[in-house]
Design a protein around this ligand. Structure first.
Ligand SMILES: [Zn+2]
Length: 225
């Protein structure tokens, strides 16, 4: 059975023989995109569409524990295998354990919200509207300020553009990590609950029902919270 969870942070307990940079004992955060670093798409910075880790042409992108995104296990487990560790793992500093709720947001929603503002060409001082205020939308709101809503029928008339797609997390995660480390961003504000692995089913139920106050759940497989 495939374990879920594509947003992962953890402490390295073992490395493969080809891994040079990442060391046992370091904390790392993993882009949800699993990428090789040497294919045509990766070389263009499109790690979200890596051709090595997702060779199936009708699909797009690979991820941990995600339907139709390759055979990779997710992080709702005591241990997680990371392919191409040096390329996929972003190392964290000495404050990693203490500030893991901030850093774990680098796996997906913080860079994904940022990517949305990049695609929209949002500049400081712009007005924006964020549709879909789930965890990612809330992150986008943090990073953007304004954009006027417009009917789809008028898109062509007004020359509007629409951007879609998975975020290439590696394009942003190092810069956003340094914003966190420098005290300029605290994306953990979106976290509403921290649960152990055995409490995950009830967390999903609350989230599915859109229960008030359940904005983002962080699971601690090691039971540390
Ligand atoms: Zn690749």
């Amino acid at each position: 059975m495939m374990k879920r969870a594509h947003e992962n942070l953890g402490k390295v307990v073992e490395v493969g023989s080809a891994v040079r940079k990442v060391k046992v004992g370091q904390y790392v955060v993993l882009p949800f995109n699993i990428a090789c670093g040497f294919c045509k798409q990766c070389e263009r910075g499109l790690t979200n569409y890596c051709l090595t880790m997702q060779p199936e042409p009708s699909a797009a992108g690979a991820a941990y524990g995600f339907a139709d995104m390759g055979p990779y296990q997710g992080g709702q487990a005591e241990y997680l295998r990371v392919p191409y560790g040096d390329f996929n793992a972003l190392r964290l500093g000495e404050d990693a354990e203490e500030r893991q709720l901030d850093y774990v947001m680098l796996a997906d929603i913080f860079p994904t919200g940022y990517h949305a503002t990049e695609m929209a060409g949002v500049k400081p001082g712009d007005q924006t509207v964020v549709f879909g205020a789930g965890p990612v939308g809330l992150m986008g709101e943090l990073e953007a300020q304004g954009k006027v809503p417009i009917g789809f029928g008028k898109l062509w008339f007004k020359g509007r553009r629409i951007g879609t797609g998975q975020a290439p997390v590696k394009r942003y995660n190092r810069m956003l990590r340094d914003l966190i480390a420098g005290g300029k961003a605290e994306p953990s504000w979106v976290v509403s609950h921290e649960l152990g692995l055995d409490e995950a089913p009830s967390g999903y139920q609350h989230f599915d029902r859109r229960d008030e106050g359940w904005t983002k759940v962080v699971l601690h497989p090691d039971g540390s919270r």
